[in-house]
Write a protein of this length. Structure first.
Length: 431
């Protein structure tokens, strides 16, 4: 479907010839809304417990990992696209697409820790990449490069811009969490009632279940409204980190499938927009170089940092992490968002996305076949069993059974009846 949306955009672009589409105010707002939806979708299915379990690895991956990858890609792109635009292009494809990683997580050969790390890495490097790209865009524009008037930060020093943007993200996230707390308190109906006891337990229990279901329904509706308002505010002011963090905690319950559909719809709309822009201009050679550099940077980052991120990680897991680079909705949306400031960004990022995904599928296919050829690793060698010990006698530490018991002559009577030779003596008389 994404290829169809891209092709539809190409047809529209060829027929309509829209000039300066990226300069329209509606275009900027639409790109912001699509980006916010994609970032919420990247984290709303991630379990907080899994993030806490691998918190150190996630923090290193989405900070130093993103910076390392962006630097490596930009260093290659400087040879092809001189100027600050090389850094913009390098950052735009440095993230991993979480929607594609969700499908890759079904691989049986990857351990659970490796899957969790890759999912969290893909979910949280999106907002970090977006923040970094906007920050570098401001630097490049103030250095005299780029064009356009779209601003993502106030007109102050670059350090102040970044600090104010981070503070605004934290404030918006704090407000969202306060509202989420109030939603859960108000929709929860106060303190739970004690469980019913007695004959009316079944009837009252059924009523309690109905009331609990109603409270959950109200909570889901209010949560959906909160997410919609958060996305709208974040889209206008580009406070994308707040949206990604909120996605980890604010859950919409029964509306989760609709959120997934909204993310898929945003992806299709973004692909169509990209097709319209590619119909005006396309740069295949820089796109091929950018895609190859992004794929190689992920391999370097994962193979070098993998053992330090997850101690004891297997060789197979390291290879799958190294071949985990995929680009999708976030790279497309970043290209759309940066196009007004740096015309031609989409012309390079579009072919790069195709290149990265082709390399991903081809390299993983080769790795799968190589692992199939070598077969599964041999099972661990178990320690030798101790020699058999006698079940009775002094060597076993257990006393040999006496001649008394149900299997002995006389059965139970042998233990109690003197006439049968039992040791218990005469039974006391019962008056």
């Amino acid at each position: 479907m994404a290829i169809g949306a891209l092709a539809a955009g190409l047809v529209v672009g060829r027929l309509a010839h829209p000039h300066d589409l990226a300069g329209l105010p509606a275009y900027t707002v639409t790109a912001g809304v699509l980006l916010a939806i994609g970032l919420y979708g990247s984290t709303h299915e991630l379990e907080a417990a899994d993030v806490r379990e691998n918190l150190r690895a996630v923090v290193v991956a989405v900070t130093l990992g993103v910076l390392l990858k962006a630097g490596l890609i930009s260093a290659v792109m400087v040879l092809v696209v001189p100027g600050p635009e090389a850094m913009i292009l390098g950052i735009a494809v440095a993230q991993i697409d979480p929607l594609s990683v969700a499908a890759m997580g079904a691989r049986d050969r990857m351990s659970r820790r490796a899957k969790t790390l890759l999912s969290a890495w893909a979910s949280f490097d999106d907002p970090m990449t977006v923040l970094l790209s906007f920050y570098v865009a401001v630097l490049a524009t103030r250095a005299g490069e780029g064009s356009g008037s779209v601003s993502v930060a106030p007109d102050r020093s670059t350090g102040t811009d970044f600090l104010l943007t981070m503070i605004a993200n934290v404030v918006l996230f704090g407000v969202a969490m306060l509202l989420w707390y109030l939603v859960r308190r108000l929709a929860g109906g106060g303190r739970p009632q004690p469980k019913p006891v007695g004959a009316a337990a079944d009837t009252e229990g059924a009523g309690s279940r109905d009331a609990k279901s109603d409270r959950r329904g109200r909570t889901d509706v209010l949560a959906l409204l909160l997410v919609a308002a958060l996305i709208a505010v974040a889209a206008v002011y580009m406070l994308v980190l707040a949206v990604a963090l909120a996605g980890l905690l604010v859950r919409v319950g029964r509306f989760k499938p609709y959120v997934n559909r909204a993310v898929s719809g945003a992806f299709l709309v973004a692909a169509c927009f990209l097709g319209v822009l590619l119909a005006q201009d396309i740069e295949p050679l820089p796109g091929l170089v950018l895609g190859g550099a992004a794929f190689g940077a992920q391999m370097v980052a994962a193979l070098l940092a993998g053992p330090r991120l997850v101690p004891g990680i297997s060789r197979v897991d390291r290879w799958y992490l190294g071949l985990g680079q995929q680009n999708g909705i976030t790279a497309i949306l970043l290209a759309l968002a940066l196009e007004p400031r740096f015309p031609g960004t989409a012309a390079v990022v579009g072919p790069a996305i195709i290149t990265v995904n082709l390399l991903h599928y081809g390299a993983n296919l080769v790795l799968d076949r190589a692992l199939d050829a070598t077969g599964p690793p041999p099972p661990p060698v178990s320690p030798p069993e101790p020699p058999d010990r006698p079940t009775t006698g002094p060597a076993s530490g257990r006393e040999e059974p006496g001649p008394y018991g149900p299997e002995a002559p006389g059965g139970a009577a042998a233990r109690t009846s003197p006439a049968a030779g039992g040791p218990a003596g005469p039974l006391p008389e019962v008056s």
